[in-house]
Each structure stands twice: as structure tokens, then as C-alpha cells.
Design a protein around this ligand. Structure first.
Ligand code: AMP
Ligand code: GLY
Length: 425
């Protein structure tokens, strides 16, 4: 069948790479795609991923049998609903179900109602009320803009001053636009973070291998938050016991809750977790695959991704066996110097094939093709991924690939997977 991937980042390159391995895949399309995806898919950049009518017309014209929607924006914009309405199978939650990511207030209220472990919180639309709550609770405390803010609407305030400044910035200065007209203020959770992605058809749930992202820009988890500077899988902090608790206390109740609320959830559900001394607690849910978690999770999937996704869409996931490799995988993100603040674009990238020749996978995130070369075109430029028999082997192989790739002012963290490596000592 013909398959369409919506999106053009590292996550979507990885999805397209895995989908291309299926015997069920005839032709692969991507909107907009990227130069890395162009090696396996026909990329169409003229159509906006927010224009549901244009997306549907394209899919009808190309006789698409399965659409995979990568990013949160088209999901919260009802892309899956639009495809489904004309009878095209689409992997991902409906607009109503995607609100689990689109509104933090909705997601927190849902967790409270159904007893899913998460940080204690209050929701505010009035800045004065928010300020007095923060003064009463004290620091550390976490301030979050309600709506989508490209991962930047969360401030973990270590002092009262920082917390008050965050309220001013989000609610009064509208730093995140209308996403900040409501804020969620919550207890600061202490522990180690992990991501658990799961396939679901609305009833059956199949967790993927656990992973851990590195959100800060610099080594030692210093510097500003980014979209993610690297990942590894599996994450040893998610022990078999923790995984069983997450399944029972988080995944099963939330999928049942969504069904109960008339928001049946089909697709990939991403649980961002804090593993505290009391057990796992939900930091957030995302309505999609993680980026760059996908870059390490899907290379460990041994089953046919097209088959698994079709089973989710068709409500028959319980009949499918999903197999995972016992290996480990590591992704090192190569970013443009300066990211997540201002950075330069248009620098020529060399060594991509050399990195692949040492056995690494190179997923494009922010690149463009220009005059026969590949150039930088975004903050996160590439995800260099390696598999190994264990984390140590995968780390060594990923950095061997990184060493082959060059562009002006390339920046990457040198300590990806440090928490897993420390556990080996
Ligand atoms: P989010 O965009 O919700 O994933 O939040 C971004 C980052 O902020 C998370 O990955 C955590 O590192 C941190 N964070 C969010 N909520 C909390 C919390 N309640 N306690 C501690 N850290 C948090
Ligand atoms: N890696 C974090 C996210 O995808 O939201």
C-alpha cells in the first residue's frame, strides 16, 4: 500500500525509515519530509501540514492506504478526523483525544479524576490568584502554560522570584500567546525522568522499550531546555517492577479514562514520567511519538511497523505480537551552535555517508538540499543513532559516527546516556 508520513523532523525520518522496511509498503510519501527522507520517500513541501483539506485531497489522489501523523500540531488540528471521515486509515489520535497533550489543564484534571499519579496542582486564569498560590506554596515550584508552546512553556522555578517572573511572562506579557491565558502550577517532582511510549488501539496497550531524553543544552544537564539533545533506550531506571506499575497505574487507567470520556485514544501515547521514591508519576502526556525518543525506540522494534499501526487503527492490537530487540540504542543530536537561542543556517554538512559507513543511522531533523549539498536548516540538525549489544557499545558507536560529520559550529552533548553508564559502575 501507499503510505503518507506527515512531518519533516528526525522523528518522521525515523518513522519513514522503519515503515519503508515493511513488505506491505509500496510507495512512501512525506509532507513536507526532509532531504534524508527524500532517499526513501517522495517529499511534497507545497502542502501545509495544518491544511486538512489539502492533506486529504493529496491522500485521495495518491491512493494512500495509511497515514502516519508525526507532530502534535496537525493532531490537535484534527488531521486524523479529516482522513477518517473520507475512509482513509490514519494512525494517531483524533482532535478530541489529542487534547491530552493540547491542554495541560485537561490532562491534569483527567489524571485527578481517574486517580493517575501526577504532581499536585492548581489551574489559574487570573495572575493575582496565581501569584498568591505561589507565595503560599513556596519554591521549588513548576509553572506551565496551558496550551502548546513547542516544549518551551514550562518553567521549573527554584526560587519564589523566578516563579513570580514566570507568571508575569506567561500570563501578563503573553510570551507563549494564547497558550498562556491559563496556567497550571504544580508541585516540583524529584527523581529521574524517563519516557515510555505505547501503541494503543483504544483498548489494548503495547508499551514500547523505555527511553530517556536529555533536555538541557549542555553536558551535565546544564543550560537551557531544548527539544531534546539525545536519547538512549532502554532506560535502566525503568526496571521491570516500575514498568509493571506504569502499565497498571498509568497506561491502563488513562486509556480506559479516555474511552469513558468519549475520547477513545488510538495511536502512540507518550508518557513523560518522573520515577520518584513513591513510584512513577506522570509529568505529562504527549499525543505522539517523542523526538528524539523515536530515533532510539524504533530501531529496536523487530516487528513490522505497518502491521502494528494498522492493528491500532483497526482495533485489533491484542492479536498482534510486537517483538523488541534485546540490544541498546543511542541517539546523539548534532545541533547548530547557539541552539536553542539564535543560530546560523545554511552551513554545508559533510561526512554523512562516512557516518553511515561505520554502521550508524543518520536521521535528518533540520537540513535542506542546496546545490547538490546538504546544509543546516534548523536548530536540531541531525540525530546520529547506533545500536549495540549494550549501552556502552551503542554510545561508542554513535560517537564514532558523530566524529565523521562536520559543519560550522556543530554542537552536541558528549555525555548522552551518562545515567545508564553510571549504573554500570
Ligand atoms: P514538559 O514540557 O511538561 O515535558 O516539561 C519540560 C520539563 O520540565 C520536563 O521534562 C521536566 O524536566 C520538567 N518538569 C515538568 N513538570 C515538572 C514537575 N512537576 N516537577 C519537576 N520537573 C518538571
Ligand atoms: N523529547 C520530548 C518530546 O518529544 O516531547
Amino acid at each position: 500500500m501507499n503510505i503518507l508520513v506527515i512531518g519533516g523532523g528526525g522523528r518522521e525520518h525515523t518513522l519513514a525509515w522503519k515503515l519503508s522496511q515493511s513488505t506491505q509498503t509500496d510507495k512512501l510519501y512525506a509532507i513536507p519530509g526532509n532531504p534524508g527522507m527524500a532517499e526513501i520517500a517522495e517529499c511534497v513541501s507545497e502542502i501545509s501540514i495544518s491544511d486538512n483539506d489539502a492533506l486529504v485531497s493529496f491522500a485521495l489522489e495518491k491512493k494512500i492506504g495509511l497515514v502516519v501523523v508525526g507532530p502534535e500540531v496537525p493532531l490537535t488540528n484534527g488531521a486524523v478526523d479529516a482522513f477518517t471521515k473520507v475512509g482513509i486509515k490514519a494512525f494517531g489520535p483524533t482532535k478530541l483525544a489529542a487534547e491530552i497533550e493540547g491542554s495541560k489543564a485537561f490532562s491534569k484534571d483527567l489524571m485527578k479524576k481517574y486517580g493517575i499519579p501526577t504532581a499536585r496542582y492548581e489551574i489559574f486564569t487570573d495572575a493575582d490568584a496565581a501569584r498568591s498560590y505561589v507565595e503560599q506554596e513556596g519554591a521549588p515550584i513548576v509553572i506551565k502554560a496551558d496550551g502548546l508552546a513547542a516544549g518551551k512553556g514550562v518553567i521549573v522555578a527554584m526560587t519564589l522570584e523566578e516563579a513570580l517572573a514566570a507568571i508575569d511572562e506567561i500570563m501578563c506579557d503573553k510570551a507563549f500567546g494564547s497558550a498562556g491565558s491559563r496556567v497550571v502550577i504544580e508541585e516540583c517532582l524529584i527523581g529521574e525522568e524517563a519516557s515510555l511510549l505505547a501503541f494503543t488501539d483504544g483498548t489494548a496497550i503495547v508499551p514500547m522499550v523505555s527511553s530517556q531524553d536529555h533536555k538541557r543544552a549542555f553536558d551535565g544537564d546544564e543550560g537551557p531546555n531544548t527539544g531534546g539533545m539525545g536519547t538512549y533506550a532502554p532506560a535502566p531506571v525503568v526496571t521491570p517492577d516500575i514498568l509493571a506499575r506504569v502499565q497498571k497505574e498509568v497506561l491502563e487507567p488513562v486509556i480506559a479514562a479516555m474511552q469513558q470520556e468519549g475520547r477513545r485514544y488510538q495511536g502512540c501515547l507518550y508518557a513523560g514520567l518522573m520515577i520518584t521514591t513513591e513510584g512513577p508519576k506522570v509529568i505529562e502526556f504527549n499525543a505522539r511519538f517523542g523526538d528524539p525518543e523515536t530515533q532510539v525506540v524504533l530501531p529496536l522494534l523487530e516487528s513490522d511497523l505497518v502491521e502494528v499501526m494498522l492493528a491500532c487503527v483497526e482495533g485489533r492490537l491484542k492479536d498482534v505480537e510486537v517483538q523488541w530487540s534485546k540490544e541498546a540504542a543511542v541517539c546523539v543530536v548534532m545541533a547548530a551552535g547557539g541552539y536553542p537561542k539564535a543560530y546560523h543556517k545554511g552551513d554545508v554538512i559533510t561526512g554523512l555517508h562516512e557516518a553511515e559507513s561505520v554502521g550508524d543511522l543518520v536521521f535528518h531533523a533540520g537540513t535542506a538540499a542546496r546545490d547538490g549539498s546538504i546544509v543546516t536548516a534548523g536548530g536540531r540538525v541531525l540525530g546520529v543513532v547506533a545500536k549495540g549489544s549494550d549501552i556502552r557499545a551503542a554510545v561508542a558507536k554513535a560517537y564514532a559516527g558523530v566524529a565523521k560529520i562536520h559543519f560550522s559550529q556543530a554542537h552536541y552533548r558528549k555525555d548522552i546516556a551518562h545515567r545508564a553508564l553510571e549504573r554500570l559502575h
